[in-house]
Design a protein around this ligand. Structure first.
Ligand code: ZN
Ligand code: ZN
Length: 405
């Protein structure tokens, strides 16, 4: 879809009405759909135009003040409402905050409240929030190279989420990556990532976060809380990697085997995994995203590795409803390692999430090297649109930024 939503119009040209009993004013703005060439030179309005009634909460005269401010930010001189003009590039890289909008003449003063975010290349997904670098034991490419690649791919938001595998630490699980491997050092990672994020300001929004490995062992919960208090990550991906003894990626497939080495039934091993994910929703540390749900399907030794909603309805519904109730974000992870599908979780689970009212989705390549930055985003966009989703959610310090798909 070659389309861009542009907010334009001029509040001051429209006489505002004071809301009854409220300190708010309404005016008219337009949301227009332009083609991409608008920024290459043609600037033609190519699509629909919708008028919305827009109000603005605030203190005394807040709405009028806000209106004039909006007018100024759009360029010199007054314009009449709805007047066409070529949008400026700078407008596309900034959001307008705290609008609440409703269809004109709907009789409802407030229909939708939230943030509008412009997206200048909507045919591509421009967020990748869950990636790693050499600060993680299994990271391959340095942070500088990953960010360069993210900029080349015209991402708007890029989230680094190094592994903090305290599930390994507290449960005494031998650390992966060989004898030389070390845990992510937060004293090295956070300052380095934040300085690079500052260097990319205005070009790419770099979020500095972490991926926390969930375990039932409460000692890890304390460590994660301490980490959050000290380093204040921009976002946290809460992921189940282990069953408390072995990683689900274990080379000997031990989470899927009995003590005598025989294979456990898939239903049993997967139900156990889903139990961990369900419990991971209730941790006392802060997190934003439920990472790679159905992670076990990446590595399971079964001929058919998929975890279908049909087979695990109760377990999956409990997780999806739990995510929705807690206002968390379900991750779509394009790292699948083979036969389980194009992304995790599968279409059937995402469809069920939508059906249950879930709308908050994040996109993650889970890249550990430059070749996988934003990997399969086109496939994911197509699939999500097909399922009815129209936005991707990006978490940042407790706020959720909605980016149009
Ligand atoms: Zn992970
Ligand atoms: Zn990861």
């Amino acid at each position: 879809m070659d389309a861009i939503f542009i907010l334009s119009g001029d509040f001051s040209a429209e006489k505002g009405k004071k809301g009854r009993g409220r300190d708010e004013t309404t005016g008219v703005i337009c949301i227009k759909v332009y083609n991409r060439k608008a920024f290459g030179g043609s600037g033609k309005l190519c699509g629909e135009q919708k008028e919305l009634t827009v109000g603005r909460r605030g203190g005394k005269g807040g709405a009028r003040k806000g209106a004039r401010k909006e007018g100024r930010s759009e360029g010199k001189g007054g314009r009449k409402t709805g007047q066409e003009r070529r949008p400026e590039k700078s407008e596309l890289q900034s959001g307008r905050k705290n609008f609440f909008c409703g269809p004109k003449n709907s009789g409802r003063r407030v229909a939708v409240r939230g943030k509008l975010w412009y997206n200048r290349s909507m045919e591509k997904l421009r967020t990748d929030v869950h990636t790693h670098t050499t600060f993680s034991a299994d990271g391959i490419s340095p942070m500088e190279e990953m960010l360069k690649k993210a900029e080349e791919k015209e991402l708007a938001f890029y989230g680094i989420s190094e592994h903090f595998d305290y599930d390994y630490l507290v449960n005494g699980i031998p650390f992966y990556g060989g004898e030389e491997a070390t845990y992510t050092d937060p004293d090295a990672y956070f300052p380095h990532a934040r300085s690079l994020a500052a260097a990319y300001a205005g070009k790419l929004r770099v979020l500095v976060g972490g991926e926390f490995g969930y375990t039932d062992n409460r000692k890890a919960w304390t460590l994660y809380r301490e980490l959050e208090e000290k380093y204040r990550p921009d976002f946290v991906v809460n992921s189940v990697h282990t069953n408390g003894k072995y990683d689900y990626s274990d080379s000997e497939n031990r989470p899927y085997r009995n003590a005598d080495g025989t294979l456990r039934p898939k239903s049993e091993a997967y139900r156990e995994y889903f139990g961990f994910v369900r419990r991971s929703l209730d941790v006392p540390y802060g997190y934003d995203i439920v990472g790679h749900m159905t992670y076990c399907t990446r590595y399971a030794p079964y001929a058919d590795r998929r975890a279908r909603w049909e087979e695990f309805r109760a377990e999956i519904d409990s997780i999806l409803c739990g995510i929705i109730a807690r206002r968390k974000i379900l991750e779509v992870n394009s790292s699948c390692r083979g036969a389980a599908g194009d992304f995790l979780p599968g279409r059937d689970i995402l469809s069920r999430y939508y059906e249950l009212g879930g709308r908050k989705l994040s996109f993650a390549s889970d890249a550990h090297d430059v070749s996988r930055v934003a990997d399969k985003r086109e496939t994911v966009v197509k699939a999500l649109r097909g399922l009815g989703f129209d936005r991707i959610t990006v978490p940042c310090r407790g706020r959720h930024v909605e980016v149009e798909l």
